[in-house]
Design a protein. Structure first.
Length: 275
């Protein structure tokens, strides 16, 4: 009898322990879900990321978006550990930022990518560009290289290495129209359309600037290159507690509402999945 009583007590204790373990698991999971996931962004991606954040909230995941106006501070802030991730740059830009800033960062997952174009409010075709036309290009090495590749595709210039996506202005070997290059901050290329003869820029920035219809490019890049997909970037030592960032990435990649927002903010047919 004493042995049976002892076994019964052990069984009860075991059951209580199991209940406590299960309760602790769900308490920890709830605590992780309630913890904010903080992501740094730039204005061009704010609307769509807000849609994804609203979708995440419905699933118990709290996401805080911190907006930066430039392309340097999001990496500095992330490297300092003040945010969990950022979302504004593609892989070539990240590679160059790590090289120049010695950041301890890595890509976590890919978001969307978009076409880029050459735009003009003064001329209806590239052939109509005059001699010494002023052309706006981004002033960072990576996106300037992308602009030069598109100008080469347009047969306006020739580059020393026609496949080098990091080409610089000094790598131009032929410039028949004697184009005059105006280097500006990447986000400002959309506003530069008002001031120059031709501008290399991005549909999502044009949507914000409202300077010209993003679909009215004189030329889009011909290759949908996933190398230029915008990335969710984290510190190298980042641990995705509770799979929160992974869950948010899946919402971004799979939500019909996010897709609808991309169609609205960038333009249907002007973006493509980078994953």
């Amino acid at each position: 009898m004493a042995q049976q009583h002892t076994l019964r007590n052990l069984s009860i204790i075991g059951g209580v322990v199991l209940i406590l373990v299960i309760a602790l698991y769900f308490w920890n999971k709830q605590k992780q879900d309630q913890k904010e996931l903080v992501i740094g962004i730039t204005p061009a991606f704010a609307a769509t990321l807000q849609v994804a954040a609203s979708e995440a909230k419905k699933q118990g995941l709290n996401v805080k978006l911190v907006e930066f106006s430039d392309w340097k501070t999001p990496n500095v802030t992330l490297d300092h550990g003040d945010i969990d991730a950022n979302f504004f740059q593609h892989q070539p830009f990240l590679d160059n930022a790590i090289k120049e800033g010695h950041y301890q960062l890595k890509p976590f997952a890919a978001g969307s990518a978009s076409l880029v174009g050459l735009y003009s409010k003064k001329y209806k075709s590239l052939d109509a560009l005059p001699q010494k036309a002023r052309v706006a290009v981004p002033n960072d090495p990576v996106n300037e290289g992308r602009a030069l590749l598109l100008l080469q595709q347009a047969k306006l210039i020739e580059l020393k290495d026609p496949n080098n996506y990091l080409s610089m202005l000094q790598d131009i070997t032929s410039n028949p129209k004697q184009l005059q290059f105006v280097e500006v901050e990447g986000p400002q290329t959309a506003r530069a359309v008002d001031d120059v003869d031709l501008a290399f820029t991005y549909p999502h920035y044009l949507h914000l600037a409202k300077t010209i219809d993003p679909k009215d490019a004189l030329l889009f890049n011909s290759k949908a290159d996933k190398r230029y997909a915008i990335l969710f970037v984290v510190r190298k030592d980042y641990k995705d507690e509770g799979g929160r960032l992974q869950k948010f990435v899946e919402i971004y990649q799979k939500s019909p509402l996010v897709k609808a927002s991309l169609d609205k903010e960038i333009g249907a047919g002007l973006w493509y999945p980078g994953w």
